[in-house]
Design a protein around this ligand. Structure first.
Ligand code: ADP
Ligand code: MG
Length: 257
């Protein structure tokens, strides 16, 4: 689906002058303003400990700003905003299928439809042959695919991802990046993806918002000038290196700020 048509139900995000200071006085986010349009794929890039997760948690409604506004513009009913963490957080006593079907179960969807929808999304993430396996029988990459399928099964209009692939080996991570990019292209869904990897941000996103070291402020808001269709070989091309250089320079500037 072309980017221009991806605005039917995808949600936007609006952050205006957000400040978050924790008890004890640590300021994690400092007067940050950011608008994300429906259907965008935005990477939030910044050094460890700068306030990325705090920002994402506020967008998810898991935390609140002390000052300013953080809001999701769109359908925020249960299941329409998905959240994926670095840890897959699967229930070990449930198999892959029933882990993925869990959000539908909680939403009161009947059994037959749960199975149909969970099976379909598992095949989309490449796990069609593993639906009866248990989490302990899967690799880290496969567990992350299950986690992603569980987030997608309710057809979210906004998917928030907090360094989801950071603990995986490089090849697995690249494969998941390629799959995620594809899933985004096929769905009417906005993605906000937190990472500290320049390569991952460049490959995945349409736009990279680079944050300073703590407290997080925006140092650069950069439109990534790469084709919508991003095959694995793009990583070896000079246009990709150019994007990486731009983001590297911005991160460096943010470290000095
Ligand atoms: P990042 O995700 O960029 O690594 P975080 O948003 O997790 O950074 O954290 C930013 C800063 O806020 C860190 O110094 C962290 O220790 C602090 N922090 C995060 N959450 C809390 C909390 N609940 N209470 C106190 N300090 C916190
Ligand atoms: Mg974090």
């Amino acid at each position: 689906m072309p980017v221009t048509e991806k605005t039917l139900s995808a949600a936007g995000v609006k952050v205006v002058g957000a400040v978050r200071t924790f008890n004890g006085g640590v300021c994690a986010v400092d007067h940050l303003s950011l608008e994300i349009g429906p259907g965008e794929f935005v990477a939030i890039l910044g050094p460890s400990g700068c306030g990325k997760s705090t920002l994402l948690r506020m967008i998810a409604g898991l935390d609140r700003p002390d000052q300013g506004v953080v809001q999701v513009e769109g359908d925020t009913s249960i299941g329409r905003v998905g959240y994926v963490f670095q840890d897959a957080h699967l229930l070990p006593w449930r198999n892959v299928l029933t882990n993925v079907a869990l959000p539908l179960e909680l939403a009161g969807v009947d059994h037959a439809e749960r199975i149909t929808r969970a099976t379909a999304v598992l095949s989309e993430v490449g796990l069609g042959d593993f639906i009866h396996r248990y989490p302990a029988e899967l690799s880290g990459g496969m567990r992350m695919r299950v986690s992603l399928a569980r987030a997608l099964v309710t057809s979210p209009v906004l998917l928030l991802m907090d360094e989801p692939f950071a603990a995986l080996d490089e090849i697995t991570r690249q494969k998941l990046d390629e799959m995620l990019r594809q899933l985004w292209a096929e769905r009417d869904m906005t993605i906000v993806f937190v990472t500290h990897s320049i390569a991952e941000a460049s490959f995945l996103a349409e736009r990279a918002v680079v944050l300073t070291r703590r407290p997080a402020r925006i140092v650069t808001d950069h439109a990534i000038d790469l084709p919508v269709d991003r095959p694995a070989v793009l990583r070896g091309e000079s246009v990709f290196a150019r994007e990486m250089r731009t983001l590297y320079a911005a991160l460096e500037e943010g470290m000095r700020a």
